[in-house]
Write a protein that binds this ligand. Structure first.
Ligand code: GLY
Length: 424
């Protein structure tokens, strides 16, 4: 079997790692990939939004299965384009990827189908937003409707901050057309948990829970990032929480999408918050999380290609999804200055110390080969150093120890990934 993966981050490295374990997989390509993915797959210089080139590549190379890791091509309709050409592809079609592509759509869906979420209103213009804010209660949350690299969500403590936010999103169009509409939402307090799931249009199989660390600085301070590290499972995702989410959130979401004529096949990522009134949905994503994939995929006992095929074929009800009892924790090594500005191109040492290990991994997020053939930094998030161990505490100690083996100029990381483990 020949597989093509679309994307270039740590998530796609973890996906490639899982695919490479399948004995029927003879060849993996990744477009565009990175220097770490290159140890498992041949990287091809085609961008994730270059659908025509990707289709031509898949046809020319007789690719049997394309797996799309990233949100932009999914929301842009890559799956429809591949399917129209008779190519087998994993991910939601455009009309289902809207679950992530439009916050207004997902909020309306939750309201219509009684899926627990924060109270909200949707506004179409800055004038409408300013008028609403005059009588609103604070704090509240502003969300640009469309994709915004995880940065289109602003928590506002007062009217002044909210007005600045409306200007940024709807007037200055900091996130482009994503700010044409905006959701204004009640601020919810509680612990956040990520639950990823495989979905085949009608059946859903949830994966092990995870907890992300979105802020750049220790103690959850500083700017929001794509994620500075995380761990799985979350000790706060109890059986009771799972039962509630199974009854009120997971299957209901899948059924709602089908009832709307938008059957969802692919990965639904539930961004949950445990409030005093019970679990609620903060957001949906239509793909694996990054770095959630890096801690959930290493725990997956099933052959991932088989699960993906079951999603495409609509036979997920026959799959018993299993996760190892080991815990997994990853620490992101970033470039100092991320997420604002940072330098790139620094050689990385110590990567070879992970070769052959089955409980410590280094998933590459932003790396490339320089002209000398050295692996160098090539992004804000550079590497996800990941460890498996019997307990979360042991996984944390192991992952942090492993970070000491990797060096590059301007290396930056948080030192408290997994702090919630001590608060159980
Ligand atoms: N880690 C959050 C995300 O992938 O959106």
């Amino acid at each position: 079997m020949k597989v093509l993966i679309v994307g270039s981050g740590g998530r796609e490295h973890a996906i490639a790692w899982a695919c490479a374990k399948n004995k029927d997989v003879e060849k993996i390509w990744c477009a565009p990939g990175n220097a770490g993915i290159a140890s498992l797959a041949e990287c091809v210089a085609i961008g994730p939004m270059e659908f025509d080139k990707l289709v031509a590549f898949a046809k020319e190379n007789q690719v049997d299965l394309t797996i799309v890791g990233m949100d932009d091509p999914l929301v842009g309709g890559i799956v429809d384009v591949f399917e129209a050409e008779g190519l087998r592809v994993f991910g939601p079609r455009k009309n289902a990827a809207i679950l992530e592509g439009s916050k207004a759509f997902s909020k309306d869906l939750m309201k219509k189908y009684d899926i627990p979420t924060a109270a909200y209103t949707t506004v179409q213009s800055p004038e409408e937003a300013y008028e609403y804010l005059e009588t609103a209660e604070f704090p509240l949350v502003l969300k640009a409707d469309g994709l915004a690299l995880g940065k289109g969500v602003l928590i506002c403590e007062n009217l002044e901050q909210a007005k600045d936010g409306v200007k940024e999103i709807m007037e200055d169009k900091k996130f482009g057309a994503s700010g044409n509409q905006m959701v204004i939402e009640q601020f919810l307090e509680g612990r956040e948990i990520s639950v990823l799931s495989f979905v085949d249009g009608k059946t859903i199989r949830t994966m092990a829970s995870a907890m992300d660390h979105k802020r750049a600085g220790d103690g959850d301070t500083g700017l929001n990032t794509g994620g500075m590290g995380n761990f799985s499972p979350s000790p706060f995702y109890t059986e009771e929480v799972d039962r509630f989410c199974c009854d009120h959130i997971y299957q209901k979401t899948v059924d709602a999408m089908a009832a709307e004529g938008r059957p969802f096949k692919g990965i639904i990522f539930f961004g949950l918050i445990l409030t005093k009134d019970g679990p609620k949905v903060l957001e949906y994503n239509a793909r694996f999380g990054d770095p959630e994939a890096q801690v959930v995929i290493p725990r997956l006992k099933n052959d991932m290609i088989e699960v993906i095929n079951a999603c495409i074929d609509g036979t997920l009800d026959q799959v018993d999804l299993q996760f190892s009892d080991d815990a997994c924790l990853c620490v992101v090594l970033a470039s100092d200055g991320y997420p604002v500005s940072y330098e790139k191109g620094f050689p990385i040492s110590g990567l070879e110390t992970f070769e052959g290990l089955e409980d410590e991994f280094v998933f590459h997020a932003g790396t490339k080969f320089n002209e000398k053939g050295e692996i160098v930094t090539n992004g804000g998030r550079v590497l996800a150093v990941t460890a498996l161990a019997p307990t979360l505490q042991e996984a944390r100690a192991k992952a942090y120890k492993a970070t000491e083996r990797v060096e590059f100029a301007n290396k930056y990381m948080r030192h408290d990934i997994g702090h919630a483990i001590d608060e159980v």
